[in-house]
Write a protein that binds this ligand. Structure first.
Ligand code: SF4
Ligand code: SF4
Length: 91
């Protein structure tokens, strides 16, 4: 399930550099996550890095409108990182 950023975002920018899928960018009012690139950190880390670094609890949260299985998320990661191997313990 891709993550999303809620309206509580204070645009601190901390999450952007943490996303190794480059799924996060600065929007007009808040930061946003591209669901085509968010793998819920499958392939990258054991837990969602954006949620871990965000100073606002619950601001980076799973988006129920983008439900995906772990297998689908890993496939998405592989398409984003051709020729690379996913980090162990992340899928
Ligand atoms: S959950 Fe991971 S992949 Fe998704 S936006 Fe956050 S840091 Fe990026
Ligand atoms: S870390 Fe949280 S508050 Fe900061 S830009 Fe990202 S989503 Fe917004």
């Amino acid at each position: 399930m891709a993550y999303k950023i809620t309206d509580e975002c204070i645009s601190c920018g901390a999450c952007e550099a943490e996303c190794k899928n480059e799924a996060i960018s600065e929007g007009e009012t808040i930061y946003t996550i591209d669901p085509e690139k968010c793998t819920e950190c499958v392939g990258i880390a054991e837990a969602s890095r954006c949620a871990e670094v965000c100073p606002i609890d619950g601001c980076c949260t799973p988006d129920p409108e983008h439900k995906e299985t772990k297998e689908q998320l890993l496939e998405k990661w592989r398409k984003l990182h051709p020729g690379e191997e996913p980090a162990s313990g992340t899928y």
